[in-house]
Design a protein around this ligand. Structure first.
Ligand code: GAP
Length: 509
């Protein structure tokens, strides 16, 4: 179903149902900025909470932080962002339209162009006579464009007060490293996680939420002892996990990639580090456990040109969007580059004491799983969206755990409003619920399906006499009868996936 949908279909759907609106639309909108409406805000919060629970609260080895968006400007000098966080820009000599040069090359030549330098891009433009896609005129010389959003802190707007909106959440995990280790009493290996906003002045934001100028990230810096690259204590958990693998070698040989178990990828040396295999599989599992289609993903290794010079290896978890396989999440091995940079620039000791060797060590980041919240939001929408021709309406089959509204309450007739509201008022304190008494019951089910409400409770005349209600399942449309006294318990078990729908009550034949 997802492959027939376009990104424009999803964007129109999101606007019409109150998931997402263009930002400041009454003033004409702003490219690359979006507002999450009532349903979108719930869905996005549920995604972030599910990520936090899975990656932080359910684990002993990862702790979370929530750092400020504006940090000391030297953070971004040390990290290299002020000097090098750039994309290559190319401008049309006539209409002055500006393009992100690697995207222009990718579209014109259907090759991977991420990481190409301005000179290489210039050569490709000349050799292939690439023109401005809009007016077909000649393109100017490509040049670097820094993506950092600059601002001033305090009342004086001078060189000294320049600061930046963070372009990633990650640097706070390095800057706060020593304090987090000491206060949380962490022992290697461990991770520090964060969820929060990031800002990039993208040259050409596009594909709706996929590339925006303000977005959110869910990131982990996972630290290990520098000598323990081979020792991942969790690797057995993922050995049988299957995923589509597309290594750098497969890309260079123009091969297709292959679905394989992680144990095969590791034993064949396709994925070199057990840590990388562990994090790639774990991140894929997170999506699948929350209802994404496992077959819409692949893991792709970065080509040597794409990788940062300090990175041993880098893989992306990619999703098959209607505009092709694209990065959802980068999982990079960063070694000790970031901690060493901050040691150098802050002149502070960020090393740890190794009890075994009695020496100081600077831990290595063996993996930096870095996920965009807005891209995850798109994935869950694409995989949930079903245009059900038989029902004659959209059915948004979101996993109940992330669905923005968990339960719909409908009185069968207006006369039953009082009884239905009593039950609704009790349950809405526990789950996000919606009350709907307008229109036929069929119309109310259709409205609920379209916004992904997994369970609808109908209050009928038997509710008064037998103290029973009907629960209707969004995906199968099957219905069960349950006692009102049991309703809270049954709904909870259905939402968290503890019980199958048909076994949760008396099935109505
Ligand atoms: N700390 C590493 C880092 O930030 P990245 O590959 O630049 O790495 C990580 O970004 C993730 O953040 C991406 O995989 C993507 O999901 C999300 N992301 C990056 N730029 C984005 C943008 N302009 N709009 C939406 N999401 C973005």
């Amino acid at each position: 179903m997802a492959e027939k949908l376009t990104i424009d279909n999803i964007s129109t759907f999101c606007k019409s149902k109150g998931f997402i609106y263009p930002s400041s639309e009454i003033y004409g909108g702003m490219s690359g900025f979006f507002d999450y409406g009532p349903l979108g805000a719930e869905l996005k919060n549920n995604i972030k909470q599910a990520w936090w629970k899975f990656h932080v609260q359910d684990r002993e080895d990862i702790v979370g932080i929530d750092a400020s968006i504006i940090m000391h400007p030297n953070v971004w000098k040390a990290s290299g962002h002020v000097a090098n966080f750039e994309d290559i820009l190319v401008e049309c000599t006539k209409c002055k339209e500006r393009y992100r040069a690697d995207h222009l090359i990718e579209e014109a030549l259907k090759i991977q162009a991420d990481g190409l330098k301005a000179d290489d891009i210039q050569k490709l433009i000349e050799q292939n006579k690439i023109k401005c896609p809009k007016c077909k005129s000649a393109l100017d010389k490509p040049g670097a464009f820094n993506l950092m959003f600059q601002t001033y802190v305090g009342p004086k707007q001078s060189k000294e007060s320049i600061a930046y909106l963070r372009p990633e959440t990650a640097q706070a995990m390095f800057v706060d490293f020593k304090q987090v280790v000491e206060t949380a009493r962490l022992k290697l290996p461990f991770g520090i996680a964060q969820v929060g906003r990031a800002f990039r002045n993208e040259i050409s934001p596009r594909n709706f939420l996929f590339r925006c100028r303000e977005f959110e990230q869910m990131e982990i810096e996972y630290f290990i002892h520098p000598g323990s690259w081979e020792e991942c204590p969790y690797v057995d958990e993922i050995m049988d996990h299957e995923i589509f693998v597309y290594s750098a070698e497969m890309q260079q040989k123009k091969e297709k990639g292959k679905k394989m178990k992680m144990k095969e990828a590791l034993s064949d040396g396709i994925i070199k580090s057990p840590w990388h295999a562990y994090w790639l599989a774990t991140e894929h599992k997170w999506f699948v456990n929350l209802g994404a289609n496992p077959n819409n993903f692949r893991v792709r290794q970065h080509l040597p040109d794409e990788k940062a010079h300090y990175s041993k290896d880098c893989w992306d978890l990619e999703y098959n969007f209607p505009f092709g396989f694209k990065e959802l999440q980068g999982i990079s091995d960063r070694g000790d580059y970031d901690l060493q940079q901050h040691i150098k620039h802050s002149k502070k000791d960020l090393s740890l004491f190794d009890e075994e060797t009695k020496k100081k060590i600077v831990p290595h980041v063996v993996a930096e799983p870095s996920q965009g919240v807005d891209r995850a939001f798109l994935v869950f929408l694409f995989d949930a969206y079903n245009d059900d021709k038989e029902r004659g309406n959209i059915v948004l089959k979101l996993n109940p755990r992330i669905a923005p509204v968990k339960v719909g309450f409908f009185p069968l007739m207006n006369k039953l409003d009082k009884e239905a509201r009593e039950i609704y008022n009790c349950l809405r304190k526990l789950f996000v619920c919606q009350y709907d008494k307008s229109g036929s019951i069929g119309r109310r089910y259709a409205r609920a399906d379209e916004i992904g409400i997994p369970y609808c409770v109908t209050v009928d005349f038997d509710t008064k006499e037998k103290k029973e209600v009907t629960i209707r399942d969004r995906d199968s449309t099957k219905q069960i009868r349950v006692q009102v006294s049991e309703l809270k318990n049954v709904l909870y078990r259905l939402i968290v996936g503890e019980v199958e729908f048909e076994k949760a009550g008396k099935l109505i034949k």
